[in-house]
Design a protein around this ligand. Structure first.
Ligand code: MLT
Length: 284
């Protein structure tokens, strides 16, 4: 569905019943990265997966790609959907955005899920690499940049055994316009250190990472889980940076187990009527 947010319209999937869970995709992808886990997670939650501005079928305005601006879109989306408190999850760049939501509006978070992400800001070398990528895209070399970057989104096992997945990710990335690539690379380069946010996030947290992730290695996941007061760490074997794409079944199982443990559905006797019927009534 389309959700209008005062100046930008986002494409949003919103299905299922239960605790509201908003999952944010990473760079340079779209909510399509959650396709393999969607049906399972919707068994235990109301799952909301937006295409962030600039990605998928959402509007692609000229600006607004700092992590804070993307976080502001998420909060306005939650307002529009009537979600006062929700579990917020993010993959990689989506995690950077989730931590900016946590910094600005901690009262909105019932829980947090960080998938192959990190809390630290870019290092000096990391910032220089972003600058070089931005220069390359400005020179008209976005295709070559993405051809080099996208293979890093999966691990060695997927590259060897499931090259089709890599082609799917390359196809999603191909839809991202140059100004959005540049906007997000600048936004990620300039993001602040979110480590101080972690220690004060006293909500259930799931930190999930592919064991073969080379972009945000498992050490980043371990560090976040050690700092968050109520975190559990789950490493997915034979997955790289995108476990929801590479190993959707163990990824979905980890998310479902976390949600079932911390946000169990109320007993049937006090459960409110379903928000929407499972099956539409037949026409007379
Ligand atoms: C992502 O997967 O969202 C990005 O690769 C993260 C990053 O470049 O820091």
């Amino acid at each position: 569905m389309r959700v209008e947010l005062d100046g930008v319209t986002l494409e949003v999937e919103d299905h299922g019943e239960g605790v509201p869970v908003v999952l944010l995709h990473g760079f340079p992808l779209s909510s399509a990265m959650w396709t393999g886990v969607r049906t399972a997670v919707e068994q235990v939650a109301r799952l909301v997966t937006p295409d962030l501005r600039g990605f998928g079928a959402s509007d692609k305005p000229a600006g607004g790609y700092t992590m804070e601006a993307l976080a502001d879109d998420v909060v306005r989306l939650a307002d529009r959907l009537g979600l006062a408190r929700f579990v917020l999850g993010g993959h990689s760049m989506g995690g950077y955005v989730a931590l900016r939501v946590a910094a600005a509006h901690p009262e909105r978070l019932a829980g947090i899920i960080l998938v192959d992400s990190r809390a630290e800001a870019d290092t000096v070398e990391g910032r220089a690499r972003r600058d070089a990528s931005i220069e390359r895209i400005r020179r008209g070399e976005a295709v070559a940049y993405l051809d080099e970057f996208v293979p890093n989104l999966v691990g060695a096992t997927t590259r060897a055994r499931a090259p089709r997945l890599l082609a799917e990710l390359r196809g999603i990335a191909a839809e991202v316009p140059d100004h959005v690539l540049i906007g997000c690379l600048s936004g990620m380069r300039d993001r602040p250190d979110s480590t101080p946010v972690l220690a004060s996030l006293d909500v259930p947290a799931l930190v999930l990472a592919g064991e073969e992730d080379a972009i945000t290695p498992p050490e980043s996941a371990r560090a976040m889980a050690a700092t968050l007061p109520r975190a559990e760490l789950m490493l997915i074997p034979q997955a790289g940076h995108t476990p929801s794409v590479e190993r959707p079944i163990p990824t979905a199982e980890a998310v479902m187990a976390f949600l079932r443990q911390h946000f169990p559905p109320p007993p049937a006797s006090i459960r409110p009527r379903a928000r929407r019927p499972e099956i539409e009534p037949e026409e007379p």
